[in-house]
Ligand binder design. Sequence first.
Ligand code: SAM
Ligand code: GLN
Length: 287
Amino acid sequence: MTNIRTILQRAARDLNISGSPSARLDAELLLMYGLKIDRLQLCTHPERELTDEEVAAFVERVARRSLGEPVAYIIGEKEFWSLCFEVGREVLIPRPETECLVEEVLRFYRPRGEGLRILDIGTGSGAIAVVLARELPAARVVATDISAGALTVARRNALAHGVSDRVDFFQGDLLTAVSGNFDIICSNPPYIPDVPYGLLPAGIRDFEPRGALIAGPDGMDFHRRIIREGVHRLKAGGRIFLEIGEGQRDQVAALFRKEGGYRDIDCRRDYGGTDRVASARRPRQTA
Ligand code: SAM
Ligand code: GLN
């Protein structure tokens, strides 16, 4: 027999040895998931005994984690914007940085988003589309992805968070999947250059979908296309918000300028201080 305290200590030690940078937290998340308990119960009942089945299931999850698999894939969920999103190997695990993109959109469009038509390109788990639909309860959202598997997960997340009647999903290549014009176009497209891919942490490189991450020699293939095609799909006065990677701010600003139809080109940093959300506006009247 073993209890919560002992098994956690052992798992955290093993994960630490296998190189996990957040060993204790990982062990806690895996155990809370297996025992279906929250953090409060975990902390207040360290002496709770585990059954043999609970131990076996936990040991198996810890073994997967020690081989580098992200906790979110093992437990099938990840928190984003304080909501629980289902994730699986067909979708990128939503990142905390991406909350900055949502914040930036909401800075312009709160409170209800009456009449707004929003497009989320490359929706993955649906994180951006679902949160915007919840925060702007009078808006309609269209979400696209090239991956059918991702859209299946995104649809389930929209349903779980009560917005499936206001989010429409389409499969296809960037903007070709949808028709009409939008007040807001947003996207966290793939933006990692081909070359450094091999240098990525193993948890990302070996487990997350390559098609969600890789974007040509300079990592800008998707931004280039979305900026070029997006200007024709924004309503006058509409805005575009694109997540970017480290060092891409000047390149993306140059792409907006070169395209011509954009004004108010801007970039905001994430909470780690890295340039993260590029944005621009299509003016009401072009001079
Ligand atoms: N929006 C999600 C988020 O922020 O967590 C996922 C972003 S992930 C970096 C990029 C997404 O773009 C992936 O789900 C991938 O399948 C999708 N994608 C890749 N190429 C695409 C294309 N040509 N057209 C539409 N979506 C594409
Ligand atoms: N932020 C992700 C990472 O570096 C990349 C996401 C993306 O390509 N859009 O893991």
